[in-house]
Design a protein around this ligand. Structure first.
Ligand code: EPZ
Length: 421
């Protein structure tokens, strides 16, 4: 088992490029099977979740290769499979995004319930209900979800929650469906816009992404395309939080400032000096102990992202006062709290509310990541702590961060990948 060994207490400085977005690349790779022509996806981060997705594509009979420059080439011409084995479904939540695209391509799909970070109940009722509305017959048998649809038909689908995954699944199913599909109360996350951009480059007719109504006019055929994935806003939020907690002067390159606006506002509250430098860079400077950030409530985009709540909490742990978080998206998204407390943090959780009384210094400790963003929060806290921390559970961090130790080391942090004790 691998861990990060982090010797904290050093300010960060320098300039670093933000990786491509995990949550964009996964649905985009699922979209590549909507055509038999080759597709090339650029700016693909080197992540376990991308590797699992490539395994799914190969299992379906597609060619899927990643080169050293972060380009992934997919050829779905020879796709023969309609199923994803349970072992791959359990690796990550976004495996379910293949439901819409396999169904569209093959007329049937056999999946099981997806795994992913343990954040509490993560139902897929909205995905199944939407595909049924589009004409799919879906039944569950022996742990499998069996879906059939000779040709999906467009319709209006009103989501009761603006689910990111359900919005993506519907768009993928609708791209080649008969007629027009309208998603009302669609998720507005930037990753939906990126999926729209890729599908339109393939010859699709998708509009409205980024707004609550997405319209998809089904087309007969889609062609191959080359597409570059947008920067990862949560990886950016993690690096910004690291600079805020540990102090320093960091320039993030290849970031879309608007995508991280809610995080920048919170870190501005924390007393960091933040400036956009050009259209795709953000500089953050933090020379004193962070100030408390008031009340942070997670919400769908453009609200404060649930995925950035853990790393922002690590900043609050060393702030000069009290910060209150309210997590609205997932029932168990405080997995990092007990580990932060081991490092000396003062946190009280009541149901979905966490009250953090900042302490002047955290102290290095042996802590365990149990999900992706919890792991990131522990790394951020360790950078700000006195002494050495060992963050185990690196396999969770590797699902979403492209060699985090190299990124942080390039900013002067003392971080190494080690074998956990
Ligand atoms: C996506 O998950 C992201 N994953 C998550 O990122 C992120 O936390 C989440 O969106 C919210 O922003 C990917 O894009 C691969 P949802 P997703 O469907 O699509 C409820 C990370 O750390 N819901 O928008 O699974 C659900 O329980 C990960 O990178 C239903 O009730 O999230 C939740 O409360 C973790 N029924 C809310 O909607 C459904 O059928 C939002 O979930 C679907 C969702």
């Amino acid at each position: 088992m691998n861990a990060l060994s982090i010797s904290g207490g050093k300010p960060l400085s320098g300039s670093v490029r933000v990786q491509g977005a995990k949550n964009s690349v996964l649905p985009i790779l699922a979209a590549t099977i909507l055509t038999g022509e080759p597709a090339v996806i650029r700016n693909c981060p080197n992540l376990l979740d991308v590797e699992y997705t490539l395994r799914i594509l190969r299992h379906l009979g597609c060619g899927a290769e990643r080169d050293r420059d972060g380009n992934v080439a997919v050829s779905a011409a020879g796709m023969t499979g309609i199923g994803i084995p349970d072992s791959l479904m359990r690796k990550m939540r976004s495996s379910v995004i293949f439901m819409g695209s396999i169904l569209s391509r093959a007329g049937e799909a056999v999946l099981s319930r997806p795994g992913g970070c343990d954040l509490g109940a993560r139902p897929i009722d909205l995905h199944l209900e939407a595909l049924r509305q589009m004409g799919a017959e879906i039944r569950e048998e022996g742990g499998n979800i069996l879906c059939k649809a000779a040709r999906l038909t467009g319709c209006e689908i009103a989501l009761k929650i603006p689910s990111v995954g359900a919005t993506e699944n519907i768009i993928l199913a609708a791209a080649k469906a008969k007629g027009v599909t309208r998603v009302v109360n669609a998720a507005r996350e930037p990753e939906i816009e990126d999926l729209q951009a890729f599908l339109n480059a393939m010859g699709g007719r998708v509009s409205g992404a980024g707004s609550p109504i997405v319209t998809v006019e089904g087309v007969e055929t889609l062609r191959g395309a080359v597409h570059s994935v947008i920067p990862d806003r949560i990886a950016a939020a993690t690096l910004l939080s690291a600079a805020a907690a540990a102090g320093g002067d960091v320039l993030l390159r290849d970031v879309r400032p608007n995508d991280v606006a809610a995080v920048l506002t919170a870190l501005g509250e924390a007393g960091c000096s933040i400036g956009a430098e050009g259209a795709s860079s953000v500089r953050i400077r933090s020379s004193r102990r962070p100030k408390p950030m008031g009340f942070i409530q997670t919400a769908p985009h453009p609200g404060f992202p649930t995925d950035a709540q853990p790393v922002a909490m690590a900043v609050a742990c060393v702030a000069d006062g009290m910060t209150v978080f309210r997590e609205t998206m997932f029932e168990h998204r405080y997995n990092h709290v007990s580990e932060l407390i081991r490092m000396g943090a003062r946190i009280d959780v009541t149901e979905r509310t966490a009250v953090i009384h900042g302490v002047p210094r955290l102290s290095g400790a042996t802590v365990a990541a149990t999900d992706l963003r919890s792991g990131a929060a522990l790394a951020v806290a360790a950078l700000a702590a006195d002494g050495v921390s060992e963050v185990s559970g690196l396999e969770h961090i590797d699902r979403g961060y492209d060699t985090l130790e190299d990124t942080l080391s390039s900013l002067g942090a003392d971080v190494r990948r080690v074998t956990a004790h």
